[in-house]
Write a protein that binds this ligand. Structure first.
Ligand code: MN
Length: 581
C-alpha cells in the first residue's frame, strides 16, 4: 500500500526554522492549492503557533484556523496538542482541556496529534478521550529519544497502550531528528507487530538521517510520513515533500501524489522564503550530527539561538549545547520536547550564564522535580534534587488531579477585564493570562513592532545598520528610527559602538533584571524588609518564569518597573536600602 503524507509546512516547518513566524495571510494564499494535493493531512495549528500568534504576530490563532478551514474543504487539518499542556507550558485543569478541544473541533481541527513530553500516558488520557467524543481522528504520539531507559520494547508497549485507549493512529515523534534508519526499521516493525492502526513517522533533518530513515520506515510498513515543502524543509525541519514523493515513486510505497502540482506549490514557498530570509539562521538550516550529542529539537534550537541573541550571549551557544545533556541526565533523561525542552534548555542557559550550575533555578525546574510535569522516564540525580528541593518529595498522582476546575473562575476574571468578544477568547486567556490580556485589548502591536524590528536588525551586518527603516506589522507600516540608549541618533554614536548598548554604574542595593523578559510579578512593596536571596520578582523570559532574588538585605526603597513591563538585562527593578547583608 502506498505511503500517505502529512505536510507540516504551515506548522512544524516554520516553527523549526524561523521561530514560528509565518503569517496567516501567507498561509491562506496557498491553502486552496494545498487542498488539491491529496495529503493525508495538513498540519497547520497547535505547537508553538498559538503562543507566537498572540505574543509576536498580533494575530488571532482561532481566526487563522477558521480561515484556513474555509479554504481547505477536502484535506484533514491537523494540530499538535501537548496533552494536558494543550498549547501551553503547564498542566491545565480538566475543564480547560475539554473546552479547548471542543473549540478546536468547532473551528476546524480534524486530527489531534497528542503527546506528553515525558511519555506519561496519564497526561494524554483526557485529551484522547475528549477528542474521540468529538469524533476527531486521534493520533497518539510517542516521543522518541535515546538513552538506556528508552528501549524499542518500551516504545512498542506504549503504542499498544495508546491503541487500547482508542487512538486511530500512532505517531513516532522524533522531534530532534535522532532516529537512525536501522532503529527506524526495528521500531516501526515492533510497533506494527503490536498494533493494527496506521503508523506515522515524524522526524527532522537536524542530523541529516531523516530522509534515509523515512525510506526505512516505508519498507518496514509505516503508513504516513511527515514532510514540508522544499523551501521550508531540511535542517531542523522535515524532509522535503517533493523529494520524498519522488523517492517513493514507482515503488510499492508510491504516494500517488502529483509531482507537478507539488512543484508548483513549491515555487510559492520558494518565493515566500525570501520574505522571511532574515529569520533563517545557519545554525538551523545546516544538518549537523551534533544533535546526536545534545539532542536538541528543531524548535528548541532556533529558540535557544534567538534567546541567546536577546541576552547578547550568542557566543555561549556551544557552552549551552554542552550543558543541555548534563541537565537532561540530572533530570532523568526526559525526551526534549515542549515543555521539557524549555525546562532543560533554560536551566542550561542559566547554568552557563550564571557561571555556576543550579545557582539560579527556574520555578519550572522545581516543578519538574516535584513531579508536576509527570513521571520522569529515568532516575533523577538525587544530589541535584536535594540541593534544589531539600526534603520536599514529588507528588505521586497525575499532575492535573491536583488542579481544581478553573474555567468558570477564568471566565469571570476575563469578563471583568472586558476582553471577551467570542467564546474562544476565554481559552486564549486561560492559556496565557498575561499575554492574552494585552493581545485581546489590542495592546500587542508595540511588542509586535519590536520583534519585527529586532528580527530585521539582528541579521544585518553592524556597519550596514540603517538609521531609519519601515516595518510592516500586520499590514500597517511603521517608520522606525534607530537611536542609542541615551536617545542620540545612531549617526552620532562612535563607529565602534555596534549596537545600542546600555552600560552604566549600578547604584548600591539595585536589584537588576538578569535577562530580557516581561515583569510577571513584583513580590514586594516599598517598605518591605527583604533578606539576601529572597525572591523579590519574577520575570517571564524564554517562555518561563524566572525568579529574581535580592543580592542584599535591607528595606525596599523604590520600585522602578511595573508588572507587565518589558525589561532588558541590567535594567533596575527595585532598590533595597541598608546593607546588613
Ligand atoms: Mn516536530
Amino acid at each position: 500500500m502506498g505511503i500517505m503524507i502529512t505536510d507540516t509546512t504551515l506548522r512544524d516547518a516554520h516553527q523549526s526554522l524561523i521561530a514560528t513566524r509565518m503569517r496567516t495571510k501567507d498561509m491562506l494564499a496557498i491553502a486552496e492549492k494545498l487542498d488539491k494535493v491529496g495529503f493525508f493531512s495538513l498540519e497547520v495549528w497547535g505547537g508553538a503557533t498559538f503562543d507566537t500568534c498572540i505574543r509576536f504576530l498580533n494575530e488571532d490563532p482561532w481566526e487563522r484556523l477558521r480561515t484556513l478551514r474555509e479554504k481547505v474543504s477536502n484535506t484533514r487539518l491537523q494540530m499538535l496538542l501537548r496533552g494536558q499542556n494543550l498549547v501551553g507550558y503547564r498542566h491545565y485543569a480538566d475543564d480547560v482541556v475539554r473546552e479547548f478541544i471542543r473549540l478546536a473541533v468547532k473551528n476546524g481541527v480534524d486530527v489531534f496529534r497528542i503527546f506528553d513530553a515525558l511519555n506519561d500516558v496519564r497526561n494524554m488520557e483526557l485529551a484522547i478521550k475528549t477528542a474521540r467524543e468529538h469524533k476527531a481522528h486521534v493520533q497518539g504520539a510517542i516521543c522518541y529519544t535515546t538513552g538506556s531507559v528508552h528501549t524499542v520494547e518500551r516504545f512498542a508497549q506504549m503504542a499498544e497502550q495508546l491503541e487500547q485507549l482508542g487512538c486511530d493512529s500512532i505517531c513516532v515523534k522524533d522531534m530532534a531528528g535522532l532516529i537512525s534508519p536501522a532503529v527506524t526499521t526495528e521500531l516501526v516493525t515492533a510497533i506494527k507487530e503490536r498494533v493494527s492502526i496506521p503508523v506515522d513517522l515524524h522526524s527532522h533533518c537536524s542530523s541529516g538521517m531523516a530522509p534515509v530513515s523515512y525510506y526505512a520506515a516505508a519498507v518496514a510498513g509505516a503508513d504516513i510520513l511527515d514532510t514540508a515543502f522544499s523551501a521550508f524543509s531540511g535542517g531542523t525541519s522535515q524532509p522535503p515533500t517533493e523529494s520524498v514523493v519522488a523517492t517513493l515513486m514507482n515503488t510499492p510505497y508510491d504516494t500517488g501524489l502529483d509531482l507537478e502540482l507539488l512543484h508548483e506549490i513549491g515555487e510559492y514557498f520558494t518565493d515566500l522564503r525570501k520574505k522571511y530570509q532574515g529569520l533563517f539562521a545557519t545554525e538551523t538550516t545546516c544538518p549537523s550530527v551534533d544533535v546526536l550529542l545534545h539532542q536538541i529539537p528543531g524548535g528548541m534550537l532556533s529558540n535557544l539561538v534567538s534567546q541567546l541573541r536577546e541576552q547578547n550571549a550568542l557566543d555561549r551557544l556551544n557552552d549551552v549545547l554542552e550543558e543541555v545533556p548534563r541537565v537532561r541526565a540530572d533530570l532523568g533523561y526526559p525526551p526534549l520536547v515542549t515543555p521539557t525542552s524549555q525546562v532543560v534548555g533554560i536551566q542550561a542557559v542559566l547554568n552557563v550564564l550564571a557561571g555556576e550550575r543550579y545557582k539560579q533555578v527556574t520555578q519550572e525546574t522545581k516543578n519538574y522535580l516535584l513531579g508536576y510535569y509527570g513521571r520522569p522516564s529515568g532516575e533523577v540525580n538525587e544530589e541535584v534534587r536535594e540541593s534544589i528541593m531539600g526534603d520536599e518529595r514529588p507528588i505521586g498522582v497525575r499532575p492535573a488531579d491536583l488542579i481544581e476546575p478553573e474555567l468558570d473562575k477564568l471566565r469571570e476574571e476575563a469578563n471583568k477585564l472586558g476582553i471577551i468578544h467570542k467564546e474562544e477568547d476565554v481559552i486564549t486567556y486561560a492559556l496565557y493570562p498575561q499575554v492574552a490580556t494585552k493581545f485581546l485589548r489590542g495592546e500587542a502591536s508595540e511588542e509586535a513592532i519590536r520583534s519585527s524590528v529586532e528580527a530585521a536588525v539582528a541579521d544585518l551586518p553592524a556597519k550596514d545598520l540603517p538609521m531609519e527603516f519601515n516595518v510592516n506589522v500586520s499590514g500597517e507600516l511603521f517608520n522606525v528610527k534607530i537611536a542609542s540608549a541615551e536617545g542620540k541618533p545612531a549617526e552620532e554614536m562612535p563607529t565602534e559602538v555596534k549596537r545600542p548598548t546600555k552600560l552604566r554604574k549600578l547604584p548600591e542595593g539595585a536589584v537588576v533584571a538578569p535577562m530580557q523578559g516581561m515583569m510577571l510579578a513584583i513580590k514586594v512593596k516599598v517598605g518591605d524588609r527583604v533578606n539576601k536571596g529572597d525572591v523579590v520578582a519574577t520575570i517571564e523570559a524564554m517562555k518561563m518564569e524566572n525568579e529574581v532574588r535580592s543580592p542584599s538585605s535591607g528595606v525596599v526603597k523604590e520600585i522602578l518597573v511595573c508588572e507587565g513591563a518589558m525589561v532588558k538585562p541590567r535594567d533596575i527593578i527595585l532598590l533595597v536600602e541598608g546593607s546588613d547583608g
